[in-house]
Unconditional design. Structure first.
Length: 161
């Protein structure tokens, strides 16, 4: 639920941030050069995807097939170039910057390690309403009282007419 909320907020704010970034770049270098740069980064994304091609996609599928979805990380063969190409193709300078950064191996390793640590920390954080007991710390209690009668349930019974 927490992750879904942030994904929705990001999906709403990213286009707005992209428009603001385009206006800032256009005011800095001019409207026509900004438009040319905008189209050039999309073309670069297409070239990255073509270069990554079928081989990287097949290696990515094989890695997911071997380890499942939980095994996906930025060092998974083929994932970073495909993700970088997709981000470059998407319109906007913020996604272009993120895609270009993913093509730099040391930055990709750092980002993968940071995301991995965050995911491990999130998995180890437990719900405070759940009490995790070892097998020797609990015992099963029957619903029957010692003389064979059932314990009365705290739920009200339906009335019969």
């Amino acid at each position: 639920m927490f992750l879904v909320k942030w994904v929705l907020i990001g999906a709403i704010l990213l286009p707005l941030a992209e428009v603001v970034a385009f206006i800032a770049v256009a005011m800095t270098i001019g409207w026509f050069p900004a438009l040319v740069l905008f189209v050039a980064t999309s073309a670069a994304g297409i070239l990255v995807l073509k270069r990554a091609g079928r081989g990287d996609l097949d290696r990515f599928r094989a890695a997911v097939g071997a380890g499942g979805l939980r095994s996906i990380h930025l060092d998974t063969p083929g994932l970073a170039p495909i993700l970088a190409g997709i981000l470059l193709v998407l319109p906007g300078f913020i996604t272009d910057l993120a895609g270009a950064v993913l093509l730099i191996p040391p930055v990709r390793r750092w980002a993968g390690a940071t995301i991995g640590r965050a995911l491990r920390r999130r998995r180890t954080t437990r719900d405070p309403s759940v009490i995790d007991l070892a097998p020797d710390e609990w015992r099963h209690v029957s619903d029957r009282i010692e003389d064979g009668r059932s314990r009365k349930s705290s739920r009200p019974r339906p009335r019969r007419c």
